[in-house]
Design a protein around this ligand. Structure first.
Ligand SMILES: Nc1ncnc2c1ncn2[C@@H]1O[C@H](COP(=O)(O)OP(=O)(O)OP(=O)(O)O)[C@@H](O)[C@H]1O
Length: 509
């Protein structure tokens, strides 16, 4: 082992045409540390990860050293991997219908020289050894889909360690914990601490400043592609100080935006069943923000899709203004026509058309109604687009570029903006503040309250207790496919208790 840092980046720049995504960034990850990397949406974090993954070539003059070795001008994925840089992506990137050993082996297994066969017994042993290094007893033959979220996260770390010698290498955690429920986070953090205690290192990218404070040893802040202030020792700084360096302004993390409900007839959902939900009944009033949450596998996260026709329900109806829609037969088109709108969790696959422009994405739901077969009409499109770009501070403020060129958080704002400009009867949002920085989170929560204030019934499905507490008039908690708790204007701790505590009775309103 050398005295050199496991990772040292010097003068790293990356341009996309005229956009300078990274400007002269210096960053050193020390041995045995968890190094936090934070920044506003669009500040260059993903670009830095993609350079470290060998996906983007950095601009000329940038230097990347691993264990003191300069990786040259255009390091590729293979060079990064061999040098011991491993990326753990959001949602872990595991193949659900493959085994633990197969997932750990992906991209790394060595087929036999002549037969080209993979020796799966050997791969299972490799997986077992890695897992035992992490003090885990997960069966290498188990299918990923049968594992808990906590165990999946440990498999992802084991896979990252596969090409690293003990006591060296850097695991890059690219918002890896975003979708992890609270009860799985402790296991993940414990495993990570074990890795760095054994001399490994980690670079953790996260929008969750509470997590950054809890887990990291030092933290670097990016702003507009450049370093904002020197790298700080985490315990000598604070969330407020980091947020100020990120955004250049003070933000209230404790947002409170609940609105008053309208007296109009409520939307009634009856007997909604799917793969996990079993006969859910719920009522949402126009102007109300209703939260839904629960542990993994309890059905709460299926509800947004069943309720909006994005996934066919096995049974269930929704009644809006006296019209009853059978959710076991109605598809998305009928549901949209009836005023049901969905902001899905996976924006790339389900929420946005990546090659269409920002303006086209924002106005898409209303093109048919507002335009004609001969003429779409640019003026209303420009008005709606400007309202979203300004209201949610989308950066860069460009209507004409493909939405795929925006950073993840800015894409999230566009996807939300698409529905904010309409007037659906019921807006269902799944993890609406994912991928956004603390400043944008405040803007998004206020925007949700504002649309409810216009008389729209809103459902927010989330595992973030602070988000639910900030905007919801009421929160339903699911266990085993059923509603077990109904909380009125709850505090975040009430939600955590109801999700992870014992089964309480339905609270009185
Ligand atoms: N392929 C690309 N073409 C053009 N511009 C790009 C491309 N990829 C990123 N950018 C721009 O580079 C800048 C940095 O984006 P990046 O995705 O690195 O930000 P980020 O800090 O990861 O943001 P977020 O927190 O929202 O994920 C943004 O202005 C973005 O629009």
């Amino acid at each position: 082992m050398t005295d050199a840092a496991p990772l040292e980046v010097v003068g790293l720049s990356k341009s996309f045409g005229s956009v300078k995504a990274l400007r002269d960034v210096d960053l050193t990850v020390r041995r045995g540390e968890v190094h936090g990397l934070v920044g506003q949406n669009g500040s260059g974090k993903s670009t830095l990860v993609k350079v470290l993954a060998g996906y983007h070539a950095p601009d000329r003059g940038s230097v990347i050293k691993v264990e003191g070795k300069d990786l040259g001008a255009q390091p590729k994925l293979r060079h990064m991997r061999e040098a011991g840089i491993a990326i753990v992506h959001q949602d872990f990137g595991l193949v659900l219908n493959k085994s633990v050993a197969e997932n750990i082996a992906v991209g790394s297994f060595v087929p036999a020289r002549w037969s080209r066969r993979v020796n799966w017994r050997r791969e299972e042993q490799v997986a077992a050894d890695l897992l035992s290094r992490l003090e885990s007893h997960i069966d290498p033959r188990a299918m990923i889909e049968d594992l808990s979220p906590a165990d999946r996260s440990i498999v992802a770390i084991a896979r990252a360690l596969r090409n690293q010698r003990p006591g060296s290498g850097v695991i890059v955690l690219d918002e890896s914990t975003r979708a992890l429920p609270k009860d799985a986070l402790e296991d993940f953090y414990r495993t990570l601490r074990g890795v760095v205690a054994a001399g490994g290192s980690a670079l953790m990218i996260s929008h969750n400043l509470e997590e950054i404070m809890q887990v990291t040893d030092r933290v670097t802040v990016l702003r507009d592609g450049a370093k904002s202030g020197p790298t700080m020792t985490t315990r000598d700084s604070s969330e407020a100080e980091i947020a100020l360096l990120m955004l250049g302004k003070i933000v209230t993390q404790d947002v409170h935006t609940r609105v008053n409900e309208s007296p109009r007839a409520p939307i009634q959902v009856r007997g909604l069943s799917g793969r996990l939900l079993t006969g859910a009944d719920l009522t949402v009033r126009p102007g109300e923000v209703l939260g839904v949450s629960g542990v993994a596998g309890s059905g709460w996260d299926e509800l947004p899709y069943l309720l909006t026709g994005a996934r066919r329900a096995s049974s269930g109806t929704v009644e809006i203004d006296g019209r009853v829609i059978d959710l076991s037969t109605a598809g998305p088109a009928r549901c949209i026509a009836a005023g049901l709108a969905l902001l899905p969790e996976h924006r790339i696959d389900h929420g946005l058309a990546m090659t269409l422009t920002v303006a086209e994405n924002i106005t898409l739901p209303r093109v048919r109604r507002r335009g004609s077969p001969w003429h779409i009409g640019r003026r209303w499109q420009r008005r709606e687009t400007d309202a979203v770009l300004d209201g949610l501070d989308v950066r860069p403020r460009r209507a004409d570029i493909p939405v795929g060129q925006l950073s993840g958080g800015n894409q999230q704002k566009v996807m939300l903006g698409k529905w904010l400009e309409g007037q659906p009867e019921l807006l269902v949002l799944h993890e609406p503040t994912q991928a956004v920085d603390v400043g944008a989170r405040e803007d998004i929560l206020k925007a949700i309250a504002a649309i409810a204030g216009r008389g729209v019934a809103v459902v927010v499905a989330s595992i973030q207790p602070a988000d639910l507490a900030a905007v919801c008039n009421r929160v339903l908690i699911f266990h085993s496919g059923r509603v077990t708790h109904e909380l009125f204007a709850p505090a975040p701790d009430d939600i955590v208790d109801a999700v992870y505590g014992g089964h309480l009775e339905l609270q009185e309103g």
